[in-house]
Design a binder for this molecule. Sequence first.
Ligand code: NAD
Length: 420
Amino acid sequence: MPPIPSTRRGLVLAAAALGTTGAGAPGYPPPSPIDSGNVEGGRIRFPDWRAPADPPSGALPQPLPPGERVGFAVIGLGRIALEEVLPAFAQCKTARPVALVSGSPEKARLVAAQYGIRPEAVHGYAEMERLRDDPAVQAVYIALPNGMHREYTERAAAIGKHVLCEKPMATSAEDARAMVAACAKAQRWLMIAYRSQYEPTNRAVIALVRSGELGKLRFIEATNTQANGPGPQWRYSRQLAGGGALPDIGLYCLNAARYVTGEEPVELTATTLSPEGDERYREVEESVAFQLRFPSGVLARCLSSYGAYQDRMLRLQFERGAVTMPHAFDYQGQRLVVQRRVGDVPGEEERIIRPRNQFAQEIDHFAGCVRENRRPHTPGEEGLQDQVLMEAIYRAAAEQRPQHLRPPAEATRGPEPQQG
Ligand code: NAD
């Protein structure tokens, strides 16, 4: 970075040399290159305007023109689709929603109008195959109850669409395997929407573990609880949900223990719990506690429940410090607190990680994979491994004895995502 000119003539010359984007408005001194930035290789850049003592600002968003983005059909217009996924597209740079599939025509028409989706791109479940003939749709985002994920993944792959499917991937390992096979056969990418793996504070924790800054990781504690309301809801149906708290929210603890260590568990124990006489928990469990042992010796204790006040905490204990993330699995509000010795006293510091919409990060990652034909960071194999482990957790709870596990033959994750 050259020194900043101190005279007006110097500024004008520097601006000309850097090819700034404009001379400024008439009647005012011209903007300096620091103020107006410049265009380089089709990207807008601003030099850092702060001194090195301050952290630099992040890179500018460089959104693609809408016509060049990957077009998604959102399948299922429930809470996650309407509260998080569709709003997140506004922050996406390489993806856009272009079609809807829903069983509620009135709701779908309203949503289409809200998001500028063409009325002819709104379809019922039975007519989903019409997406085949819509070149604007390259991928689908499946936001249906878990027990429907397999069918809609297979149908989407069969009409040539790439699939971003909500977690949990399925209601059994068998269904998850069939989904991987269907997408492989159709040569379409399949990604499971593990949003936490694209969330910047969770990514910072992974980097911290890998750096060895606090020594070896020893123990993990992961909690995901919430207080659920009355039924009927699909979440209390075995057919539609596949289980209770475990596949819905306990999955975040399981998946985090795996992505934080970068290892696969070799042994697990578990207990499930449901209040007697509570109709909601006739088919699925209310609560689950499980413990995982990893090859490096890390032990993870995980707790998940539909019957306790919301808590989405991840805590890591290292040889030389500890990390607490009070809102690790929330949609927002992540925090990262590090405890360690500072001189002769115990210290505590908070690291402020720039927040990003994790749904937008996740969708953009998948859109990038589709555009550049590369394997997603959380492909179907990542979801399949969690399904295998959840089945082992249920077995451990039913038999009340430890389950010994064989790691998958190949790595379940694709290349690390880039943070946009
Ligand atoms: P929801 O109940 O709010 O929405 C489900 C949608 O599916 C509704 O539009 C409903 O009409 C439709 N549907 C179609 N057939 C149905 C049937 N037979 N029974 C019930 N609904 C039917 O659920 P949601 O919370 O949006 O969850 C949808 C998916 O997203 C699930 O797989 C869930 O695990 C996942 N999810 C992910 C996150 C996340 O943070 N990534 C958060 C919540 C839910």
